[in-house]
Design a protein around this ligand. Structure first.
Ligand code: ADP
Ligand code: MG
Length: 265
């Protein structure tokens, strides 16, 4: 966590707060000032157990006079606490798998074993109409009616998953779309291992970050993506979360409070 020292005047405090909230912005032009870009350049460095930074002065006008505050910044990056933004994806355990508790549990465990953060999850059942809307892009394909009926045939479990490169990682873990191929080319993938047919292929995953944002809204209209990115992403990325076995998801924990005994990521 960055820390600052020195006698910070209120305008610098505001500047500092803004810097803290923007420091991982992918667009460096959103903030101006050479001090800020120097910091961003350094904060952009990924990995390494501890990176310490020097002091830097920031001048501002305060109460009619010019005030210079000195900030001392240290940065800690321990292992996976990377400076690269997390990515979110939509994952769905389809009705064929939800119908079998052991398979459902096996897929859930694979999510955990592969380092995904479970931001939210829920069970839901689609109407035919919802299923048609979701798969509209395939409406001219021979399997459209089949997949629409299958997806409306029983309960599903949907997840918002976060991790670095979550979209690609989840798709890799799922394996190829067609189960009869996946069994040969990716036998240890979810679909290769647990899929029943090319249609009943156990799981869904968004195919790009843009699809993920759209599909998350489709499944979780109550999830405030803007808020998550501005306030929670950073806390998850820095490791301030733990797995809650009863709720079967990861919850944020106060950054000042270490994990209690028995709590784990
Ligand atoms: P993916 O789910 O891997 O993104 P698609 O978007 O191409 O794959 O297809 C959506 C869903 O339609 C698949 O997950 C599967 O349930 C079904 N599907 C796709 N291709 C076929 C096929 N050739 N035969 C039967 N069902 C298919
Ligand atoms: Mg698809």
């Amino acid at each position: 966590m960055p820390s600052s020292s020195g006698n910070i005047c209120c305008s610098c405090r505001r500047w500092w707060g803004e810097l803290c909230s923007l420091r991982d912005s992918p667009d460096p032009d959103r903030i101006s000032g050479c001090e800020v870009s120097v910091i961003k350049a350094r904060w952009g460095i990924d990995g390494g157990p501890v990176l310490a930074m020097g002091a830097f002065p920031v001048s501002s006008f305060h109460g009619g006079g010019r005030v210079t505050c000195v900030f001392v910044v240290t940065m800690q990056t321990a292992g996976r606490h990377s400076k690269t933004l997390l990515q979110v994806t939509l994952a769905v355990i389809k009705p064929d798998a939800v119908a079998h508790p052991l398979i459902l549990q096996a897929v859930h465990q694979k999510i955990l074993d592969n380092g995904f953060i479970i931001v939210m999850h829920k069970y839901l059942k689609w109407s035919q109409e919802e299923s048609q809307r979701f798969y509209a892009e395939h409406s001219d394909r021979f399997f459209y009616q089949r997949v629409v009926e299958f997806m409306a045939s029983g309960p599903m479990r949907a997840y918002i998953l976060a991790q670095h490169d979550a979209v690609t990682r989840w798709r890799q873990l799922m394996g190829p779309t067609r189960v009869f191929r996946a069994r040969f080319s990716a036998p240890y993938s979810i679909r290769g291992h647990l899929g029943l047919t090319d249609t009943r292929n156990t799981t869904h995953g968004s195919d790009s970050p843009e699809s993920a944002a759209r599909e998350i809204t489709f499944f979780f209209p109550e999830f405030d993506q803007r808020r998550w990115w501005s306030t929670e992403e950073q806390l998850y990325r820095q490791g301030h979360y733990y797995y809650h076995p009863l709720q079967q998801q990861h919850l944020l924990q106060n950054p000042q409070t270490p994990l209690a005994e028995g709590q784990m990521h």
